[in-house]
Ligand binder design. Sequence first.
Ligand SMILES: [Zn+2]
Length: 504
Amino acid sequence: MGALLWLTPARGLLPLVGLIAWAALACSPLPVEPAPTPEPPRPPPLEIYAPAMRPAFADQLLGIKGAPQYEIEVNLDPDQHLITGQQTVWYTNRTGQPLSEIYFRLLPATPAFGRSMSVTRVRVDEREVQPTLEVQGTALRVPWGTPLEPGASAVFQMRFETATTGRLLLFSRFGQTGNLLELPAFYPLLAVYDEMGWHTEVLPEGQIPAETYAEAAFYQVHITAPSTQVVVTTGSCGPPQPQAEGSKWTCVAGLAREFAIFAASTYQGLSTQVEDATLRFFYTNPLHEDDARLMLASAVQALRVFNRLFGEYPWVELDFVDGFVGHLAIEYPGLVQVGLESYQREPSVQERVIAAHEVAHQWWYNLVGNDQLNHPWLDEALATYSEALYVEEVHGAAAAREWVEGWQRQVGASGACVDQPATAFANFEDYVTVVYHKGALFFDEVRRTAGDAAFFAWLRAYIEANRYGIANGEKLLAAAEVVGQGETVRALYDSWIRCPHSLD
Ligand SMILES: [Zn+2]
């Protein structure tokens, strides 16, 4: 089902408005002054997002200038299978170009999310505008008359509605089964503008999980839902407040790529600490408790390992929820969805490495963003190589070597270049072999060639230069220059990663 758009004003009103204006003119010689446009609302101060950060990292938020700020009010109605909301987005033009339009992605309307979405009452700086839908109803183009100059800001306001009527299936990622709501990117999400222009591409429905490409943004989200629902989100929420109908949660997220909500009346939570960060696991079936405990313990170990190797996780919370993604897991900012089928009564190394892979994505995707559709290897190969780092720390060097040899066996003599868009792969197996495993072998090769000290200095330089920003292959190579490994890394990059069409 495609997206619906209810933007056209009721035509019957126009003659009436004309009649009133005529009547006003007829009764009075004075011209009718147009009503002044109200002042657009001011953005909240950045301090309100500090509760989402570990105290030592709260200052990082205040140093980021011009990141988008979202304020969203959303109502979850599982009985009616309906999500309704409104949002205000404070946007500063950081593209370096004057903009005469901006795009919002309507991800619930994409084939991979499999649902519909409508947007109404779109306003820019308090003036109602007429947006158009593009890309099969999944991209909302918002025009305005005078171009927005670089460094200038605008305030967007809109209402949205989406249905959660479909069942959750493998890779559908968005929807409802029973009382379990899985709602990543449930709101109109700012598209990214980069050297290629606006990114509004949509992956065809199929074997490749849908990926997003988003700027890090600040979020304040007010969620109303039945009091029986346990609500788990990106960022951190205060305790639910009772309302006339249901309860209201107010949540904030420090710079995050997107904001995801998961909710279920059957969620039961486990919680633990790593220094001043809280890790929680929410499972839906009491039979999962033992496995959830083991996976949470793995996540704790992974967070400790990556804190040491990559630099500290800056956010105060990291949640795991179980849901309908088969035997896989999917990363969201501060939130990991673990497929129900990944549970086994006797957890293997493999199962527990899933947790480490997803924890690593908090560095590779959330902290340092990238175009996950056109260059998916950048975060996936790093998250996959991070598995070996986790195995090495927890199970020893021999186990880590076996882990890497597993990728080597799978990749074999594959001559496929790694830096291809997700759409270039015929099926999920090929995608994983090339993007995840061959990509990870590149990092293994660099480490063995450059040595541990230079290798980890390179990764840390890459994070420092691109923290809360958007990286690409060139920026990965630039970080190698910083640590004196430019030539080594570029040579390996050319043979392992570069495709004829990539990186001009
Ligand atoms: Zn991954």
